[in-house]
Design a protein. Structure first.
Length: 235
């Protein structure tokens, strides 16, 4: 199988996933609030605390993807590279946790952090529930479903999410390197490595599994960001 060949069937699926994501997540209330700059300083502070909890569980989803991978390094090695990026590839100050906390401290200069570098203010229940939903899906996922969840269902969609967040945060004097690095340097490469693995599949069963993984991820995101919106605007 030539991993450099992108099947027409995969391109159609990719476009379908992106359209579903736009309709159900990007055009939903949470990201619309950011792209329309509707958040107050207090709401941005609340968002930043809870997103600080949310992002610190991403390594678990990457690990679950690796656990579902076939016994072949071309499948799991790109996810290991993604994990290595999460910790900054050993470069001081470039770990994603460090970058995020630099942003967080620019929003809340006196923010209190735990020994693990997470916000001392506890995570809301919807943060844990999203992580549980994802890990429960991985327990019974095929490798194509798992990589569909992480690839077209996640990494493909991070750039539009972070661009919307960036619109809502810019011009406020915050340190935005965490968001910009993901948009400019990281996410395209991460999705590209998974796309190379999935994009030559064109048989119906394989595409169905990839689609199931991606659409399940979007369903989880839709629930999560609706809960996040309610937390920011209705509580």
């Amino acid at each position: 199988m030539n991993v450099n060949t992108v099947s027409n069937a995969y391109l159609i699926l990719e476009n379908e996933i992106a359209k579903m994501f736009d309709e159900q997540v990007i055009n939903g209330p949470f990201y619309s609030a950011f792209s329309q700059r509707k958040l107050t300083d207090e709401q941005i502070a609340k968002f930043s605390i809870q997103y600080g909890h949310h992002r610190c569980y991403f390594h678990q989803l990457l690990g679950a993807t690796i656990a579902c991978a076939p016994p072949c390094d071309k499948w799991w090695a790109p996810i290991v590279e993604n994990l290595y990026d999460e910790c900054g590839r050993g470069v001081a100050g470039m770990g994603h946790g460090e970058l995020y906390n630099t942003y967080l401290k620019s929003v809340i200069p006196d923010v209190e952090l735990t020994a693990f570098g997470t916000p001392a203010i506890p995570a809301e229940d919807f943060i844990f529930e999203y992580n549980r939903l994802a890990l429960d899906f991985y327990k019974n996922a095929t490798y194509l479903e798992a990589f569909g969840y992480m690839g077209p269902g996640n990494e493909l969609l991070t750039i539009p999410m972070y661009k919307s967040i960036l619109i809502g945060l810019e011009e406020r004097g915050y340190d935005l390197n965490f968001w910009k690095i993901h948009i400019e340097e990281v996410e395209e490469e991460h999705y590209g490595s998974i796309r190379n693995l999935l994009s030559s599949y064109e048989d119906e069963e394989s595409l169905k599994q990839i689609e199931n993984g991606a659409k399940t991820s979007i369903e989880h995101m839709k629930w999560f960001y609706n809960e996040f919106y309610d937390y920011l605007f209705l509580k």
